[in-house]
Design a binder for this molecule. Sequence first.
Ligand SMILES: [Zn+2]
Length: 305
Amino acid sequence: MNKFLKYNFKRFNKKEYANFLDKIIAQDFDGVILSAFKPDVHGTKFAYTNEYQQSMSDMVYMAHDKNLMTALELNLFASKYLWHHKNFSPPISSKGAEFPHTENYYPVCPNNKLSSERIVKLIEEVSNIIPDYFILNEFRFPYDWWNNPLDLQDKIPNYCYCPYCIAEFSSELGIVINNIDTLFNNINAWMNWRFQVLEDYFEFILEKLVAKKDLIVQVPPLNLVDIPFSTGQSLLEYGEKGAKISPLLFHRTKQKDMNWSLEILDLFKIDIPQEIIIPSIQYDDAQKRFQLPAVLEEYDDVLIY
Ligand SMILES: [Zn+2]
C-alpha cells in the first residue's frame, strides 16, 4: 500500500519543503499530496500564476527525485475567487435561495460560464506538470457534505437551479422550464442531463491529462445510491473510463470515529471494484498521531489529510 500525505503550506519555500519530504520518508510515507492553488490565498486566484506553476513543477520534481510519488489536487467546482468576481452568480436551490457558502466551501455551478472558463484555463496550466495522480476535488454539483446530511424526503436534488442550469436544460429538452413543477415532471431527463454535464467535463479532463497520469475522483461520504442524486456524479462510468474513486472519509470533520470511515468504505466495496478505490482519510487527532487501521492495507493507495 502506498501512503500519501497532504502537504499544507503558506508560501513555497524549497528548504522547508525538502525537510518535509525527508521527514515523511523517515515516517514511511510513499507520496505527497499537493494542491494546485496559490496557497497563501487558498484558491482565491482564477487559476495560478506562472511563478506558482514553476514552484508546483519544482515540488513534483523534488518529490520524484527523492523517490516519492505525487498526487496533485485540482479544486474544480469551488472557488472563493469566483464568488467575488463581478459577473458571478451563485448556485440556487430548488426553492430559489442562494447557496449559503461556508469558509471552506464556495461552490460554483458546473454550468456557470465563469466556471467553465476557469476549468479550461486551469487544466491547460496543469497539463505541463506530470504528477503520478491528478485528484479531481469538488467535482460535483454543489453539495455541502460537511454540514448537510442527505434528506431522504427530498424528491429532487437541492442544487443547482441557477439561470445557467435552467437555460441549458431547457434547450436540451426543447421546452421552456419556467417553474419547478415543469422541471419535476421531467425529473429523469433532469437527472440524466446532470450526469452528462459532469461527464462532458470528465471527458475533457481525461483527454487533456490522462495520457500523462491517472485521475482520482473524490466523492462525498454517502451511500452509493445517494451520490448520483446529490452530486450528479456517475462513479461507475468514471471507473469504467479508468479513473480511481476516492471516498472522502473525514471522520473528524463529521465528529465520528474511524469506524464510521471503515463502514462507509465497506459500502463502497459492494459496488465498486476494490482495486479502483483509494480511500481519503484523516488523522485520528489534531497532533497528527496516526494508527492506520489494518484493513486499509488491502488498498493500493491511501490519501491522508
Ligand atoms: Zn446551476
